[in-house]
Design a protein around this ligand. Structure first.
Ligand code: DX5
Ligand code: ZN
Length: 221
């Protein structure tokens, strides 16, 4: 049975000068998860913020923190994001040589674990960890920046992963990140996604627009 589609707005597109208020506003507007993009200037060509800022935002919402770690190495920082209040820790398949070990490390802290795939990485790389993970994150742009154009070749990958997830019979979120808006959301939902990340489309127009933005992306208006 398919879960209802949920939304994880990415605070990368929020006003960094007022991040606490932005998190509270997007929560109130209907966010299911808060998507927290962590970039290191090494794994991806941009720097966002780290565990200290993440921790400082924790008191502004009770919604789960969906931490997307675009960092390499990732293992040394997992305890810091646990301490910062992450509920889901998603790391990249491409971030290191020992994906299974990184997954076990997140699980050893009692947190949900996700694995993200860059656009060129095939779904099959997750075949032997499907029984270990709670979330798959398909990147529909090359990670590093908000506001990029959706890469439509990822739709086939989403379909493949939908089938792989269904085959496990386990409760695994299928999340898509990058270029999601009212035009692309129906495509990824049709392909099998049940959790949508949206940065620029969710945060455009300022706080008074956030609820309308979310409804539009989810096709509720
Ligand atoms: C990209 C990040 C995304 C980004 C999405 O590297 O992982 O979460 O903020 O932004 P939009 O929705 O604007 O493509
Ligand atoms: Zn992200």
């Amino acid at each position: 049975m398919r879960k209802p589609v949920r939304i994880a707005p990415s605070i990368l597109a929020a006003d960094f000068a007022t991040l606490g208020a932005e998190v509270a506003a997007i929560d109130k507007a209907g966010a299911d998860y808060i998507h927290v993009d962590i970039m290191d200037g090494h794994f991806v060509p941009n720097i966002s913020f780290g565990p200290a800022v993440t921790k400082s935002l924790r008191s502004y919402t009770d919604k789960p923190f969906d931490c997307h770690l675009m960092i390499s190495p990732v293992d040394p920082f997992i305890p810091e994001f646990v301490d910062a209040g992450a509920d889901i820790i998603t790391l990249h398949q491409e971030a290191g040589a020992h994906l299974h070990r990184s997954i076990q490390l997140v699980k050893s802290h009692g947190k949900k674990v996700g694995v993200s795939l860059n656009p060129a990485t095939p779904a099959s790389t997750l075949e032997h960890v499907m029984d270990e993970i709670d979330l798959v994150l398909v990147m529909s742009v090359n990670p590093g920046f908000g506001g990029q154009t959706f890469i439509s070749s990822q739709l086939d990958k989403i379909r493949t992963l939908r089938a792989m997830i269904d085959e496990t019979g386990r409760d695994i979120d299928l999340e898509v990140d990058g270029g999601i808006n009212e035009t692309t959301a129906p495509l990824v939902i049709e392909a099998g996604a049940d959790l949508l990340v949206a940065g620029s489309a969710a945060f455009k127009g300022g706080p008074e627009q956030y609820a309308a933005n979310i409804n539009r992306i989810l096709g509720r208006s």
